[in-house]
Design a protein around this ligand. Structure first.
Ligand code: ARG
Length: 466
């Protein structure tokens, strides 16, 4: 077998910041060369804010004139366009996006490029890049969670009167409905969105200007860069700005894990209830996959993979927590390794939300099979409560029904679900209220996105996103 390491064992790489052994470069850059391609826009946007702030500093001579600033920003926008076309690359000598952008600025603008790193470090650059990345991603996750929540609500409203056996311990428990089952997941997702908004808020603070984590002897205007980038406020303590890396990612991954847990439970229900033995629901055939040997197969691979990817998103969070738990304060290169699980967890969650929204929209509800699931025993508790209504103490009614289970009659599932009229029960579901909550969350996410894109477009002087 060829030694794949050998090509890195000889030679040195000339980087922007000196010469490094090629094998050391390859080992330390790791996957940054590839992963940082997702951060090109964010890095250019962060640099545009930084140069704008530097150009405004009351220094003699000025670090950047207004014209210099405009040239740098125009060049940053050009880099973003090139990256969009696939024409911008991060080389091993660059190590990461930050030095790749600086190299590009320097090759096009000479001294202006060589000045761009004044008063900052890659540590606060990567911190701001990841927060800008997270901002856009989280808004997209919220929108995708809302789309799934809406698909579930549509099914719930359409099938509000379709009786379904409610289960505890997987055993038949009490009469329920498809409306109750499906809209429970809508509310689950609304809770998840509350968590996502919580971490959005945590993320919405600007670390830029912390430099290597200890500030710089220049009168940086950290409030200005924060405003230019559309953050709610700068992170105050410059050391904390760096130390928050990893913890932020873990917080976000933890909220994403909650979303995935919702999807995993939904998947589990669907897989169970689509078994021929139940046949309550059927997936649209185009959501199923076949077998290479068994011609009859229509397998729920999508649902199985949602369940497995839930484990993987949770593991991404665990990886990040394991990496950061033993780190001392200040930047440590270990932090670089939190980037991959962070991006992976985000990608997997978003893809899972999107596929589940199509799957739920195409779900077929088999009314007759659902009705066949009702056995007399399902009505036992309701019957005991009807005896209570006639004056019997509950415990007496309970024992009476338990002793006469074989005598249960009045077994109409439709009537049973119509009788539960209190808030949140089968006949008391506030579908309109849920729809209003979804609409309010959608409006707030869209509003935030519009506001953010407007701020960045103003900074770059071109419409963003391109
Ligand atoms: N790629 C690095 C990371 O993700 C950027 C920061 C490098 N800083 C340093 N001091 N080596 O952490």
């Amino acid at each position: 077998m060829k030694n794949t390491i050998s090509k890195h064992t000889a030679g040195v790489g000339r980087t922007m910041i000196g010469t490094i052994r090629t094998d050391v470069l390859a080992y330390t850059a790791g996957k940054d060369v590839k992963l940082d391609m997702c951060l090109v826009d964010a890095d250019c946007i962060g640099s545009a804010a930084h140069v704008t702030m530097l150009a405004g500093l009351p220094l003699k001579p000025h670090l950047f004139s207004a014209r210099d600033r405009d040239r740098v920003i125009a060049e940053l926008a050009r880099i973003m366009r090139r990256a969009d076309r696939g024409a911008f690359t991060i080389t091993l000598q660059d190590q990461d996006v930050h030095l790749a952008v600086e190299r590009e600025l320097t090759s096009r603008l000479g001294a202006l490029g060589r000045k761009i790193h004044t008063g900052r470090s890659r540590n606060d650059q990567v911190a701001v890049d990841l927060r800008l990345f997270a901002k856009e991603q989280l808004l997209a996750v919220i929108e995708e969670a809302l789309a799934l929540g809406s698909a579930l609500l549509i099914q719930a409203r359409r099938n509000r009167g379709v009786a379904m056996v409610g289960r505890t311990h997987l055993q038949p428990a009490m009469p329920s409905s498809v409306g109750l089952w499906a809209s429970a997941y809508t509310e689950d997702l609304l809770d998840d969105i509350r968590l996502l908004k919580g971490v959005y808020d945590l993320n919405d603070q600007c670390p830029l200007g912390s430099a290597a984590g200890y500030g710089v002897p220049l009168p940086l205007d950290r409030r200005q860069v924060s405003d230019l980038l559309g953050f709610r406020r700068p992170i105050h303590n410059v050391l904390h700005a760096g130390n928050s890396r990893g913890k932020l990612e873990s917080g976000i991954l933890s909220a994403l894990s909650q979303v995935m847990i919702t999807l995993s439970r939904l998947s589990e229900d669907l897989m169970l209830f689509m078994m021929p033995e139940f046949d309550y629901f059927s997936l649209s055939p185009d959501m199923c996959t076949g077998s290479s040997i068994m011609p009859q197969k229509n397998n729920p691979d999508v649902l199985e993979l949602v369940r497995a990817r839930t484990a993987r998103v949770m593991a991404c969070n665990q990886t990040v927590m394991d990496i950061i738990k033993g780190l001392p304060s200040g930047y440590n290169r270990d932090l670089q390794e939190t980037k991959e699980p962070f991006m992976l967890g985000m990608t997997m969650t978003r893809a899972s939300l999107r596929i589940m929204a199509s799957l739920v929209a195409g779900l077929k509800i088999n009314r007759e099979a659902l009705r066949r699931g009702f056995t007399p025993a399902v009505f036992a508790a309701d019957h005991a409560l009807s005896l209570v209504a006639r004056g019997m103490p509950f415990r007496d009614a309970y024992h009476y029904v338990k002793k006469h289970l074989d005598e249960l009659d009045d077994l109409d599932p439709d009537r049973a679900i119509a009788l539960k009229t209190h808030a949140g029960a089968t006949a008391g579901l506030d579908f309109a209220g849920m729809a209003r909550q979804l609409a309010a969350e959608r409006a707030s996410a869209e509003n935030e996105k519009r506001r953010y894109f407007k701020t960045i477009s103003r900074l770059l002087r071109i419409p963003y996103p391109m």
